[in-house]
Design a protein. Structure first.
Ligand code: CO
Length: 638
C-alpha cells in the first residue's frame, strides 16, 4: 500500500514485533504522565513515592523526552504535599538517567503566577539545569516572546534545549476570525525561529485544536521552517486523538501523550492506541507496546490513592463546553467552584455571558496560566460586585498589572476605559509601559534571601521563598522540622484507602451504625450516577480548625448585619492571608492597605476604609479564610 500524497501514512513492511524495521520518519513521543498527566487528572497531587515504582521502566521505553517537572508541580508540591520540588527532580533523575527530562517553564513567570525579576528567572533556570533538567518548554501567556529572553539566554549558555511554545487559543469554534487565525500563528512561529529556538511547541492547553486545523497549521508551519515541531494537545474536548493523528499525517515531528491510566478526560491522548495505529507505517513509533502496558499495570496500583481528587461525576470523558466557550476546562470548573464558594451558583449563566466580554476588554488574551486565572477571577468579581455591565467595581491587582503592561503586550489593545480605571492610583503610575516587563522590575533575589534567612539552607530553598513568599516559608518550616506537617498533607496509603472504601460499602448497604463523638469526616461518593454522603471516623479531620472557623463566621455574620463602613474587614471571598500589615494598636488611614490576601491565586489588597486604630486581628500570614470571616477590626476615629 502506498499513500504518499500530502503526508498520508505510508505502509512499510508489515512486521509488528519488537524488532520491526525502523520507520523512515518515526514520530517521536514525549511522555507527560508525571507532569501534565496528574496535573490534569489529580490536581497535580502525584507523589514522588508513587512515581519511583515506574520510573526505571519508563526510562527504558525509548521516549523522546519525559516531562516530569514544572507547570503547577512546583506550587502543588511545596503547598499541598510538603514535598521539596528540587528533591523530586534529583530523585527522578537517579531512576531515569537515560531519557532527557523536560519541564514547562512559564517564561518570566517561571513556575509562579506573575513576572519575576530577571535575577530570579536566571537563578531558577540555572538551578533547574544543575538539578538535572535538559529541555525547557518555555511559554508566555500573552505569546509575548520578550518574556523568553532571560530564560533563553541561560538555557543556551548551558547548551540545553530551548523549546519555544506558541499558546493555541481561539475566539471562534475553529481556527479563524480576526484575531487567532493562520496568519497569527505563522507570524508567532516565525518570531520563534528568529529567536533561535531548538524546537517549537504548538501548545494547545485547552484541547481546542480541531483535526483539520491542526493538519493545515502543521503543513503551513512546515513550509516556513525546518525546526522540529512538537504538538501538545489535550483530550478535553474529545478531539485529541484525531488531532494528533492528522498532525502526524501532516508531518509533525514530536507529540505528547500519557500512559493509559493517566490519559483522557482533561489530560492527553493515550500512547498505547497510537503505537498500534502507527505500526508498520513510515511514522511507526518504534515503541514496544508490552513494555508500556507493564508500566500502565503498575500505575493502576497506585491510582486509588488519588481517586478522591477526581470529583468528575459525569459519564462522558470529554467536555464539549470548552469548544462552546473557547475556554480551558479548568477555568470553567474554577468558575463554578468560585461561585459555589460564594453561594452564588445561580449566577453561573451570567458568568458564562461575561467571560468573553471580560477577555475582550482585557485585550483578547490567550487563556492559559496565569491569564486564565486573571480573566476568570475578574469575571467572578464583575458577576458579584458590578451593578451594571462594564462597571469593574472591584478590579484585582493582577488586572491592574496587566493593564500597566506588567505581563507584556496583549494580543489586542485593552479597552481604554477599563485600563484607565485600573490604573487610577496604581503605584507604578497611570501610563502603561511599552518595554519588556522584566526590564522595569528591580532585582528580587537578595530581598527574598533576607526573608528566607534563618530558614533557608541553600539557594534552592531561597528560590522557593522568592517564588512563593508565604507558602514557601511555611514549607521550609515543615522541611526542617520547625513545624509539624499537618496530617492531611501526609500521603494516603493503599490500606487507608481500602479501609475507607470498605466503610463506604458498609454504609451503602446499611451495615454501618452511627457511632460515638469522634472526629468524623464526610465523604461524597458517587455510585452509578447517584451521590451519597457518608460519614467516617477520621483522625485526619481537623475539628479544632473547623470550630475556630465557625466561630469567626458567627462573628462575621453579626457584623454583616450591621451597617457597613465601620472598620470591620470581612473576607468577601475565600482565600489565604498573605500579609497582615498592621498590629493591634496601630493607627491606620482609610486609604491604607492593611491586609493582602490571596484568593484563587490572585492577590487582593484590602484597605482600612476608615481612619482609626486596629483593635483586633484574627488571622496571620498563611491562614486560610472563608467568605464572611472577620479579618480585622478597626475602631474608627471620632
Ligand atoms: Co498541557
Amino acid at each position: 500500500m502506498q499513500y504518499d500524497k500530502h503526508g498520508v501514512l505510508e505502509m512499510t513492511e508489515m512486521n509488528y514485533d519488537r524488532n520491526r524495521p525502523a520507520a523512515s520518519n518515526p514520530i517521536k513521543i514525549n511522555d507527560v504522565s508525571l507532569r501534565d498527566g496528574h496535573q490534569c487528572l489529580f490536581a497535580t497531587r502525584g507523589r514522588t513515592e508513587d512515581m519511583i515504582p515506574v520510573a526505571e521502566m519508563i526510562d527504558e521505553v525509548g521516549y523522546n523526552a519525559l516531562e516530569v517537572w514544572g507547570g503547577a508541580t512546583f506550587d502543588a508540591m511545596h503547598r499541598f504535599l510538603a514535598e521539596d520540588p528540587w528533591e523530586r527532580l534529583r530523585t527522578l533523575k537517579k531512576y531515569m538517567p537515560k531519557t532527557p527530562f523536560s519541564m514547562l517553564l512559564r517564561g518570566q513567570n517561571v513556575v509562579g503566577y506573575r513576572n519575576y525579576a530577571d535575577d530570579v528567572v536566571e537563578a531558577f533556570v540555572q538551578r533547574s539545569i544543575d538539578n538535572g533538567m535538559d529541555i525547557f518548554r518555555v511559554f508566555d501567556a500573552l505569546n509575548d516572546f520578550r518574556n523568553f529572553e532571560v530564560a533563553a539566554r541561560v538555557i543556551k549558555d548551558n547548551n540545553k534545549h530551548f523549546q519555544g511554545a506558541v499558546c493555541y487559543t481561539l475566539t471562534e469554534q475553529r481556527l479563524g476570525g480576526d484575531v487567532y487565525n493562520m496568519d497569527y500563528y505563522l507570524k508567532k512561529v516565525q518570531e520563534l525561529v528568529d529567536m533561535g529556538v531548538d524546537s517549537i511547541c504548538l501548545k494547545d492547553m485547552a484541547g481546542l485544536l480541531a483535526p483539520y486545523d491542526g493538519y493545515n497549521l502543521i503543513r503551513e508551519i512546515k513550509k516556513i521552517t525546518d525546526v522540529p515541531i512538537n504538538l501538545h494537545t489535550h483530550f478535553t474536548s474529545g478531539m485529541g486523538d484525531l488531532t494528533l493523528f492528522k498532525a502526524i499525517e501532516a508531518g509533525v515531528d514530536i507529540i505528547d501523550t500519557c500512559i493509559g491510566p493517566y490519559a483522557y478526560r482533561s489530560s492527553h491522548p493515550a500512547v498505547e492506541p497510537l503505537v498500534i495505529s502507527l505500526l508498520g507505517t513510515n511514522r511507526d513509533t518504534g515503541l514496544n507496546i508490552k513494555q508500556i502496558t507493564a508500566i500502565a499495570d503498575e500505575m493502576e496500583v497506585h491510582i486509588p490513592k488519588y481517586k478522591h481528587l477526581d470529583n468528575n461525576p459525569k459519564y462522558a470523558i470529554h467536555d464539549i463546553n470548552v469548544i462552546l466557550h473557547q475556554t480551558p476546562g479548568g477555568m470553567l470548573s474554577n468558575l463554578v467552584n468560585q461561585l459555589k464558594a460564594m453561594d452564588s451558583l445561580d449566577k453561573l449563566e451570567e458568568g458564562f455571558r461575561l467571560l468573553p466580554q471580560v477577555r475582550k476588554d482585557l485585550g483578547n488574551v490567550p487563556l492559559v496560566t496565569p491569564t486564565s486565572q486573571i480573566v476568570g477571577v475578574q469575571t467572578v468579581n464583575n458577576v458579584l460586585f458590578d451593578s451594571e455591565d462594564g462597571e469593574y467595581a472591584n478590579i484585582t491587582e493582577q488586572v491592574k498589572d496587566l493593564c500597566y503592561g506588567m505581563y507584556g503586550k496583549t494580543t489586542e489593545p485593552i479597552d481604554p476605559e477599563v485600563q484607565q480605571k485600573a490604573l487610577k492610583d496604581y503605584p507604578r503610575g497611570s501610563t502603561p509601559i511599552e518595554d519588556r516587563p522584566g526590564s522595569v522590575l528591580e532585582p528580587e533575589l537578595e530581598k527574598a534571601k533576607g526573608k528566607a534567612s534563618g530558614l533557608a539552607r541553600n539557594i534552592d530553598d531561597e528560590l522557593i521563598v522568592a517564588l512563593y513568599p508565604v507558602t514557601g516559608k511555611r514549607f521550609l518550616r515543615w522541611k526542617y522540622g520547625h513545624e509539624k506537617i499537618p496530617l492531611e498533607l501526609r500521603p494516603r496509603t493503599l490500606s487507608q484507602v481500602e479501609k475507607e472504601e470498605t466503610l463506604i460499602r458498609k454504609a451503602l448497604s446499611g451495615e454501618l451504625s452511627a457511632n460515638g463523638t469522634k472526629a468524623r469526616r464526610q465523604l461524597e461518593v458517587t455510585v452509578d450516577g447517584e451521590s451519597f454522603t457518608v460519614e467516617i471516623n477520621d483522625p485526619y479531620s481537623n475539628e479544632l480548625a473547623n470550630r475556630a472557623r465557625r466561630s469567626h463566621r458567627a462573628v462575621a455574620k453579626e457584623v454583616e448585619e450591621e451597617e457597613g463602613g465601620t472598620g470591620k474587614l470581612i473576607a468577601t471571598i475565600p482565600g489565604m492571608i498573605v500579609e497582615v500589615k498592621k498590629e493591634v494598636g496601630d493607627k491606620v488611614t482609610a486609604d491604607e492597605v492593611v491586609v493582602v490576601f490571596e484568593a484563587m491565586k490572585m492577590m487582593n489588597s484590602v484597605k482600612a476604609g476608615v481612619n482609626g486604630t486596629v483593635k483586633e486581628v484574627h488571622f496571620a500570614s498563611g491562614d486560610s479564610v472563608n467568605k464572611g470571616d472577620l479579618i480585622m477590626l478597626i475602631e474608627p476615629e471620632e
